[in-house]
Design a protein around this ligand. Structure first.
Ligand SMILES: [Zn+2]
Length: 328
């Protein structure tokens, strides 16, 4: 179900409103005031200041809960929160992000410095497995079409939703950390990581989660004026020696340490891969789309007079709702 804010321009008053009757409420056209779980304070503040405009609302139902998603057009992030523009000809400063096999994420520069290491894996799926099994069994034991089966299925659905929320929360933390501390990132191609996926290890982050992380990093980097490149899917980031460039064919998933037969260097496998990705970024910086084509709107629409784009001032970090508050 979707609601557009079409009436707002005609009447001069938004048809989709937040926090009108109660701080935790949303008003939808034709439906009226709906109480919601999340506080709308940050959004209300942005709307009041003319820094945001609600374009449309979508109502959906998942795992027995209704949710309202508001699509909002907001002003650019405050310049202080954006990465400074690099000088023309400055092609350095890249960091590669490797999805480790045992640990979720390692980031490093082309010079070999590890910048981020997230070694607390979201074990949400694994630790929840006994519960998942128990709830699944409960569903299959109930008579088909019965009310009890429906109840058990709803219980299982809520359980899956909880796992999903925990994973999303983790991915938001990691993507926030990466885009805050780096302005130029190189990610591994999704297909490569898929080929490397080791099911025996019950991969700390599933392929789907890695795809979601890449998506978050990409849009959050754009907010901060950063750049994200995805390495060529055939680039052997794990098998290449980050010191001398020799490609080693006999690297197995069991090899935790990369040891080069040519130059003798020995270093953590994931760190080696991250360094190679950073180097790839330095070599392929020409693939970065120019800032205009990237869709950044900094100052472009900030002029005097009527302007449909919210630009009264910038979006502060407190306004950016990227921290994730899963429903209790
Ligand atoms: Zn080497």
């Amino acid at each position: 179900m979707a609601f557009t804010d079409e009436e707002s321009t005609a009447k001069g008053r938004a048809s989709i409103r937040v926090g009108e009757d109660h701080p935790r409420s949303v008003t939808l056209p034709g439906i009226g005031v709906v109480r919601v779980h999340d506080d709308t304070r940050r959004l209300r503040r942005m709307l009041a200041a003319g820094r945001a405009r609600i374009l449309f609302a979508t109502v959906s139902r998942r795992a027995g809960r209704w949710r309202i998603s508001l699509n909002v057009q907001a002003a650019d992030l405050h310049p202080d929160l954006q990465h400074p523009t690099r000088q023309a000809g400055d092609h350095g400063g890249w960091a590669g992000v490797d999805r480790g096999l045992h640990i979720p994420v390692v980031a490093a520069t082309a010079e070999g410095a590890q910048t981020v290491r997230v070694d607390v894996a979201p074990k949400a799926t694994r630790t929840a497995q006994p519960t998942t099994r128990r709830l699944s069994r409960a569903v299959s034991r109930k008579k088909k079409g019965s009310a009890n089966r429906r109840k058990a299925a709803a219980h299982l659905g809520r359980h899956h939703e909880k796992i999903r929320n925990r994973r999303q929360h983790f991915l938001h933390q990691v993507s926030n950390l990466l885009v805050k501390t780096h302005d130029q990132l190189v990610l591994e191609d999704l297909n490569v990581t898929g080929m490397l996926a080791n099911h025996r290890l019950a991969a700390a982050i599933s392929d789907a989660a890695w795809g979601e992380l890449a998506r978050q990093i990409t849009y959050k980097a754009t907010w901060r004026g950063g750049t994200v490149l995805t390495a060529d899917r055939w680039f052997p980031s794990s098998k290449t020696c980050s010191a001398c460039g020799v490609v080693k064919q006999a690297l197995t998933l069991a090899d935790r340490v990369f040891t080069c037969g040519a130059c003798g260097i020995s270093l953590d496998r994931d760190l080696n891969a991250a360094v190679n990705l950073a180097t790839w970024g330095e070599q392929h910086h020409s693939q970065v789309p120019d800032p205009e084509a990237r869709g950044r709107v900094t100052n472009a629409h900030r002029q005097d007079g009527p302007d449909p784009r919210p630009g009264a001032s910038e979006t502060s970090l407190q306004d950016v709702g990227t921290d994730y508050a899963p429903a209790a």
